[in-house]
Ligand binder design. Structure first.
Ligand SMILES: Nc1ncnc2c1ncn2[C@@H]1O[C@H](COP(=O)(O)OP(=O)(O)OP(=O)(O)O)[C@@H](O)[C@H]1O
Length: 262
């Protein structure tokens, strides 16, 4: 499915925090959303996933307004993994993942063996099968994050929207998760802070700056030293690998001298 922002605007605190943004993730495309803190990524994602209503423009799924879709219809096709999703319920890891099946259940489609299999596969995919019976509150931040991803996978969405999905994860699980999401197919929109992750896994990258879209295109076209310097205020060298994807090496910022430091 095609997920699109059409001139999306959202105002808060007396200013536009997302300001006329248009972009789209084509069916099967992995679109990475990058940008400095406060540039509007989470707000844009919240509108695209139907959590926030825009003040202007529209978020659409295959041309259909996300804001006007019944929640259940939306949840059958789009799964969101939020940046800071927590639960206070006394759930086991497996029960947390089972929640992903909710939009597909009903009087005529009760829980069945297929649902069990989907949940087991999702736990396996994120390496959490051995933790299935553990209580949520006993799990580490990274383990909980992997369960959020598993819950989204169990939803069997056509569109996966991820806000900083690699937060809390060690490097093996960061790379494993992004590879899994890419391998799985379907449309993916992922806000990522690590520009090298965006460069490695995304088909295209959209760059937010001050609520606006600063650039969008192929990783090698977007992630230039000039753009990285202008938007992120850091010095970087960019090499293009044999696979045509950029690799970014950042220069440490000049450190002010501080009395007492060696
Ligand atoms: N309800 C609100 N009232 C006022 N300002 C808000 C409100 N919600 C968000 N903002 C501001 O809007 C801006 C965009 O926030 P948003 O969370 O979308 O940014 P982000 O790019 O996801 O940031 P980060 O990388 O830090 O997660 C920030 O400056 C934030 O402080």
């Amino acid at each position: 499915m095609r997920l699109a922002a059409e001139n999306l605007t959202l105002r808060a605190g007396g200013r536009a925090i997302v300001d006329g943004v248009s972009l789209e993730a084509q069916p099967g495309e992995f679109l990475a959303l990058v940008g400095p803190n406060g540039s509007g990524k989470t707000t844009l994602i919240a509108m695209l996933a139907g959590l926030k209503r825009p003040h202007g423009g529209a978020a659409t799924l295959d041309g259909r307004s996300v804001a006007r879709m019944p929640r259940r219809d939306l949840a059958r096709v789009l799964a969101l993994v939020e940046q800071q999703a927590e639960t206070t319920e006394r759930l086991t890891a497996r029960q947390a993942v089972e929640l992903g099946r909710t939009p597909h259940l009903g009087a005529l489609s009760p829980w069945g063996t297929r649902d069990d299999a989907i949940v087991a596969d999702a736990l396996e995919a994120v390496g959490m099968a051995p933790f299935a019976d553990r209580l949520w509150h006993s799990l580490s931040g990274g383990e909980r994050q992997r369960l959020h991803i598993a819950r989204a996978l169990a939803q069997e969405p056509k569109v996966l929207v991820l806000d900083e999905p690699t937060n809390h994860l060690d490097v093996e699980h960061q790379l494993g998760l992004l590879a899994l999401v890419r391998r799985r197919g379907g449309t993916v929109l992922a806000a990522l802070h690590d520009l090298n992750h965006a460069a490695m896994f995304a088909d295209r990258i959209a760059v937010m700056e001050g609520g606006r879209l600063a650039a969008a295109g192929l990783p090698s076209d977007v992630l230039t030293p000039e753009l990285i310097g202008a938007v992120f205020n850091v010095t970087a060298a960019v090499e293009i690998g044999a696979d045509g994807r950029p690799f970014i090496r950042f220069a440490p910022p000049a450190m002010p001298r501080c009395d007492g430091w060696a």
